[in-house]
Write a new protein. Structure first.
Length: 288
């Protein structure tokens, strides 16, 4: 059974992990995949678990049936994935959703190492939910043209400019890429579900729970539900990360936004506001 992290935020820096891969040939990754290359310590939230896998030339993710839904996020290199009867080439910033029950395997056929984030749900897909019959690929070469600001609160205001990519199709593992221009930051807010952040390009300063954590490419950050946070790009070029999470943990719970840094622990007198939207993805992410 996966052991959950109970800290409000948990950071896994690639610079530390890449020098001490704690896996070896044919090691199981949770109950979902088996890897023939170095694997790294798993981050476990309430409804999902995630870790990085690094594959050298010829290394494989052995054939498995997905016990629960799985999302693969390309971090570096290329990976050939067979999911069901379809073949996919997963490159950096590509996102592949594999539905529960589907057979899948993968192999790195390139001479360069491949790094992929493997996120697995800890819950079955809801019976009433629309079922995903085939694997679903978000290809960076396509979705990089589909970023929009509408779903991100106050993104139209200078100082808070940022863009959202299209979302993955399953509510048990709902995620999207976020593009942050230089000198822009998100408003302070907290959401009612656990979130995993996977840094893909550039560097983000992530403020939460009284600390500022620099996120560099291939870093992972787990933020527990209800923990206020803000992220900022203080670099010279756009930064891109992918965030993903499961269901809202408390039915009816909604996100809270703060006019300023709420402090840690959160100050009782801090000014807050709510945002309401009819956008289905917004409701699934923020509870509005």
């Amino acid at each position: 059974m996966a052991e959950r992290q109970w800290f409000h935020i948990t950071h896994r820096a690639w610079s530390a992990q890449s020098h001490r891969g704690n896996g070896s040939s044919a090691e199981a990754i949770g109950d979902t995949l088996a890897a023939a290359g170095p694997t790294y310590e798993e981050l476990v939230g309430e409804t999902f678990a995630a870790r990085l896998v690094q594959l050298g030339e010829g290394d494989e993710l052995l054939a498995q049936r997905a016990a629960t839904s799985v999302v693969l996020v390309g971090v570096a290199g290329c990976l050939d994935v067979l999911a069901g009867a379809e073949s996919f080439r997963l490159r950096a910033r590509d996102v592949l959703t594999i539905p529960q029950g589907m057979m899948h395997s993968a192999r790195n056929a390139d001479p360069a190492s491949t790094v992929v984030a493997v996120v697995r749900s800890l819950e079955d897909e809801p019976v009433a939910a629309k079922q995903l019959r085939t694997a679903h690929l978000l290809r960076w070469d396509t979705y990089r043209r589909e970023f929009r600001s509408a779903i991100l609160p106050r993104a139209e205001v200078y100082g808070h400019h940022r863009l959202s990519g299209p979302h993955t199709p399953l509510r048990t593992l709902l995620g999207h890429a976020v593009r942050v221009p230089p000198n822009q930051a998100s408003p302070w807010h907290q959401v009612p579900r656990d979130l995993l952040f996977i840094q893909l390009n550039g560097e983000i300063d992530f403020s939460s729970a009284g600390v500022v954590t620099p996120l560099r490419p291939a870093d992972l950050l787990l933020v527990r539900a209800g923990t206020p946070y803000s992220y900022a790009n203080h670099g010279f070029s756009d930064a891109v990360f992918f965030d993903i999470g499961g269901r809202i943990l408390t039915p009816g719970a909604t996100s809270t936004y703060y006019e300023e840094d709420p402090g840690w622990p959160v100050r009782a007198e801090v000014n807050t506001y709510k945002i309401v939207s009819d956008d289905p993805a917004f409701k699934a992410i923020y509870g509005s």
